[in-house]
Design a protein. Structure first.
Length: 240
């Protein structure tokens, strides 16, 4: 419910006053929606559902950005049939739309997406057709927990320490073609100097890339300190 108006687990609010956008009426899902992204025209949702508006759809779906209507033609297959039959989603953590593609990441470094006969910790599908890009595999060596698109680039943050076999620490940047910017990656290796590191969130904008993390300070008892670090939007160097 939003106010006194029923909504099926998610809704859109007007920016000016926070009131419900009554024109955006998404269909009912048989589970829950926990993340969404927009490419400026349409809305992509993800969560624990197998059906949307009476249509079989597993965990991810595309909606018209104006009306909220379900778009059945966009139907990527991202997990094996046995999981789909049992309703076990692959534990998605984040979805992000950036230009031609929609990017998906599982919720854990122990979970992977099935793409054809291969597995992925980070995958992308065409935003128009839903076709999986089977050739794109940046192969992070552990989980990607957060993503942020900005200026045609994709910034990712998580438990990984390597992208495509190249050393990095928790943060990476991909350009508009999907290629990893290893100049940016190498500069963000300064996270190696942080002891007791655990990742938080990432946000990218004109002022830079902001990442939050928790640092464990040894002592009796140990102290957990929340930190924010600002990186250059172009090359990953630390900004004050």
């Amino acid at each position: 419910m939003v106010g006194n108006t029923p909504r099926p687990g998610f809704a859109r609010l007007n920016v000016a006053d926070g009131s419900l956008d009554s024109g955006f009426q998404p269909p009912v899902v048989d589970g829950f929606v926990n993340y969404f992204a927009s490419d400026g025209a349409d809305v992509f949702i993800m969560g624990g559902f197998r059906n949307i508006g009476g249509n079989a759809r597993f965990c991810v779906a595309k909606l018209n950005g104006v009306s909220g209507a379900y778009i059945p033609q966009w139907a990527p297959v991202l997990n094996n049939p046995s999981n789909q039959a049992s309703g076990n989603c692959p534990g998605f953590q984040r979805i992000e739309a950036n230009g031609e593609f929609v990017y998906l990441a599982p919720a854990s470094n122990l979970i992977t997406l099935t793409v054809g006969t291969n597995t992925r910790r980070l995958a992308r599908v065409n935003a128009t057709t839903g076709q999986i890009d089977g050739q794109w595999d940046p192969n992070p060596n552990s989980g990607v927990a957060r993503m942020q698109a900005f200026n045609d680039a994709l910034y990712v943050y998580g438990q990984f320490t390597a992208i495509s076999g190249n050393s990095t620490q928790n943060v990476a940047r991909f350009d508009s073609s999907g290629s990893a910017d290893f100049g940016f990656v190498n500069r963000s290796n300064e996270f190696n100097s942080v002891s007791g590191f655990s990742y938080g969130n990432i946000s990218a904008g004109p002022g830079g890339v902001f990442v939050t993390y928790t640092q464990t300070v040894s002592g009796s008892p140990s102290v957990f300190q929340k930190r924010v670090r600002r990186l250059s939007i172009s090359n990953g160097s630390r900004r004050q």
